[in-house]
Design a protein around this ligand. Structure first.
Ligand code: NAD
Length: 475
């Protein structure tokens, strides 16, 4: 049992001021794996006051010190690889290979990338006869979701350390243990006490206390749009800057000249990746009308080559959904799709054969979907995708942009001019052409209701900085 009911404040684990706890569940077995503390407003006050105290020195730390800390965190993180991989499989249900090759590696990449970006980052420049200085924004509140337990926390923490901003982190209560390991790694890396604080708890109590705290200068939030809206409203009371990384309903536009088998594999890999619990997942697959039959055959074949099952057994590409609540949500969307008249090409409601225990959902592909259907408009956050057919490229772009979201977009095909045309006309923060590799220095964030702000690499550092103009500075 992982009963870890303390918070990390001012360089040490401390008891909560409250006595309530939250159970953490292994979604593959439905067993309780431990408890964490349901922190209180007073716990947040303590953490903020430690961060405030750390601010004057931490914000003036040198670039060399920050690079040293980030690299030491990366080293400590690597040393604890086995434990981190294991805990993410336990709390999230990700197959061990995904915990290692995706979750663990993404977390590591952010610390390394921030150190690299910082090396060439300029905190001061002369412009038009004035001096422009970039200074730490102050104390930052970080609130993260469960779907990428180390990626979401690491990208924020790395940016904040690089900018000299002390933080108070509230990780997701469903996946708190990887974040708690990070607290120890950060401390052992020599980051000054008070610069990193972690308070566990619910969004309504701890998250709310962070977003409304008068001594927090900036809130960086990743999560759902509804909570993002509440955070913005809370932050408005003290005119706090907010960065919001929210949901998506991203399109994958398949060009007519694409190899349909390869295109279907790309679509299927998006559906299975993290069991579809990915904000950037391509959940609307836009296929030329002329290729409908060919693509559907290819899609059925592609899906059959993936497997879902016990995350601790070798060979599975996907595990369960994170919770029973998430399972219910996904089921209700699959039912809505059926009720709306879409055709189930693969999957459907209920649990996959042989997977009665655990929150496993059937990977589901809908066809004959129109873009006005609920399943094409709302974020499902599970292994469910919709095939939508288009007449010509302008029609595809019209469909691609016809949602409230703008987080990511994908285009797959051969003609360079058409690839460019689609990439430049989708209104989203990141477009991937033909499965291009992830770049941890490329900015990440959304247009429209997918959010405000950018994370990762040098753009991620900028989030934690203010710009000061000094006029008339004697040289
Ligand atoms: P969520 O919004 O329910 O919770 C996210 C975090 O906010 C959790 O730590 C939660 O405890 C906290 N929270 C809840 N209520 C709060 C409140 N009133 N005040 C302050 N904090 C509160 O989201 P989730 O279910 O954990 O994650 C799934 C969502 O996250 C999806 O919508 C997904 O698209 C989004 N997401 C976005 C990105 C991105 O980078 N754009 C990445 C991952 C996930």
């Amino acid at each position: 049992m992982r009963n870890q009911t303390q918070h990390f404040i001012n360089g040490e684990w401390v008891d909560s001021t409250g006595s309530e706890t939250i159970e953490v569940i292994n979604p593959a077995t439905e067993d309780v794996i431990g408890k964490i503390s349901a922190g209180t407003k007073e716990d947040v006050d303590k953490a903020v006051s430690a961060a405030r105290k750390a601010f004057p020195e931490f914000s003036k730390s040198t670039k060399e010190d920050r690079i040293k800390w980030l690299n030491a965190i990366a080293d400590g993180y690597k040393k604890r690889s086995k434990e981190l991989i294991d805990v993410m499989t336990e709390e999230l249900g990700a197959p061990l290979s995904i915990s290692e090759n995706v979750h663990f590696k993404m977390g590591l990449a952010h610390f390394k990338q921030a150190a690299r970006a910082l090396d060439s980052f300029s905190f001061s420049e002369e412009k038009d006869g004035h001096t422009l200085v970039k200074e730490s924004i102050g104390v930052s509140g970080l609130i993260t979701p469960w779907n990428f337990p180390t990626n979401q926390t690491s990208t924020k923490i790395a940016g904040a350390i690089a900018a000299g901003s002390p933080v108070v982190l509230k990780p997701a209560e469903k996946t708190p243990y990887a974040a708690m390991m990070l607290a120890e790694i950060i401390h052992e890396a020599g980051v000054p006490k008070g610069a990193f604080n972690l308070v566990n708890g619910t969004g309504d109590e701890v998250g709310d206390a962070i977003s409304s705290h008068p001594d927090i200068d900036f809130v960086s939030f990743t999560g759902s749009g509804g909570v993002g809206e509440k955070i913005m409203q809370n932050a408005a009371k003290t005119i706090k800057k907010v960065a919001l990384e929210l949901g998506g309903k991203s399109p994958l536009v398949i060009l007519e000249d694409a190899n349909m088998k390869k295109a279907a594999k790309t679509a299927a890999s998006n559906m299975f990746f993290n069991s579809g619990q990915v904000c950037t997942a391509a959940t609307r697959i836009l296929v030329p009308k002329t290729k409908k039959d060919e693509f559907e055959e290819a899609m059925k074949e592609a899906v059959s080559s993936y497997s879902m099952g016990n995350p601790r057994e070798e060979g599975h590409t996907a595990g369960p959904l994170v919770s029973s609540g998430q399972w219910d949500t996904v089921q209700s969307y699959i039912q809505k799709g059926i009720d709306e008249g879409a055709t189930v090409l693969v999957g459907g409601t209920g649990k996959p054969d042989g997977l009665d225990k655990g929150y496993f959902a059937k990977p589901t592909v809908f066809t004959d979907v129109t873009n006005d259907m609920i399943i094409a408009q709302e974020e499902i956050f599970g292994p469910v995708i919709s095939l939508i057919y288009y007449d010509d490229l302008d029609h595809a772009i019209e469909i691609a942009n016809d949602t409230i979201y703008g987080l990511a977009g994908y285009v797959f095909g051969q003609d360079p001019e058409k690839l460019r045309y689609v990439a430049s006309n989708i209104r989203a923060g990141q477009i991937t052409v033909n499965n291009a590799k992830t770049d941890f220095n490329a900015p990440f964030g959304g247009y429209k209701q997918s959010g405000i702000g950018r994370e990762w690499g040098e753009f991620g550092i900028e989030e934690y900085l203010e710009v000061k103009a000094v006029l008339g500075m004697p040289s």
